[in-house]
Design a protein around this ligand. Structure first.
Ligand code: AP5
Ligand code: MG
Length: 214
């Protein structure tokens, strides 16, 4: 079964999907993490996508499908959380092609307003090694600038610069928000209020997840 976490940049998709992995027997596919790994390794996909991602624009659908499809096939009997896919209606339609073998159980839509999202993204720090997510104010690492899990020095994502964040929010509104309506039409959408603190938002997601896992 597939669970999709959808929402604007900074809504908390990565934060909450990591927490779900700790609480439920499931696996996560985060397309942003996969792409950043390719960039770090300097693969041909990484070299092709680095500039696009750095500018806050979307990578082309064919590349995304090329990365995602083998993962979905490999995990077809498992509970899978998708973080960052689909990002437009073409990707949502493409995903429908595989759902016969692994149906979409729920689409969790995390909502938050633009000011909240800006504040979150502009304070985010990321571990480039294990992808753990931190924030200067709301999720502070135990040792300043170092990952709690693997002690790697934390970095700021190049696409978290103010101008890039604006671009990403615009692209989200134009390309990704229609996907929310698409899943609402299919009766799969579960909206959660993402404007509260991390623990309160996660509690809503966890309750929903528990009812849908059985
Ligand atoms: P991706 O990595 O998926 O980025 P995104 O969708 O823009 O989302 P973010 O990762 O920025 O936010 P999030 O919702 O995960 O928030 P987080 O939990 O980190 O994609 C990056 C790029 O890759 C795209 O721009 C595109 O170029 C490319 N790409 C990826 N998938 C693609 C696709 N399918 N098609 C085409 N291109 C694709 O939280 C953010 C911060 O807020 C953290 O600091 C966190 O600690 C904090 N925080 C979270 N929740 C709360 C809360 N409730 N209260 C207080 N602080 C909070
Ligand atoms: Mg993320």
């Amino acid at each position: 079964m597939i669970f999709i976490l959808i929402g604007p940049p900074g809504a908390g998709k990565g934060t909450h999907s990591d927490a779900l992995l700790r609480d439920f027997p499931c696996t996560k596919i985060a397309t942003g993490d996969i792409l950043r790994r390719h960039i770090k390794e300097g693969s041909s996909v990484g070299r092709r996508c680095e500039e696009i991602i750095g500018q806050g624009r979307l990578v082309d659908d064919a590349t995304l499908w090329e990365l995602l499809e083998p993962e979905l096939t490999k995990l077809k009997d498992k509970a899978v959380i998708l973080d960052g896919y689909p990002r437009n209606l073409a990707q949502a339609t493409q995903l429908q092609e595989v759902v016969a073998s692994n149906p979409i159980r729920a689409v969790v839509y995390i909502e938050a307003d633009d000011n909240t999202l800006m504040e979150r993204l502009c304070g985010r720090m990321l571990c480039p090694n294990c992808q753990s997510i931190y924030h200067r104010k709301t999720r502070v690492p135990r040792q300043a600038g170092l990952c709690d899990n693997c002690q790697a020095p934390l970095v700021v994502r190049p696409d978290d610069e103010l101008e890039k964040v604006r671009t990403r929010l615009d692209i989200y509104a134009a390309e990704t928000h229609p996907v929310v309506n698409y899943y609402q039409g299919l009766g799969l959408l579960k909206a959660v209020d993402g404007s509260q603190g991390i623990a309160a938002v996660y509690e809503q997601i966890k309750v929903m997840f528990r009812t849908k896992m059985v």
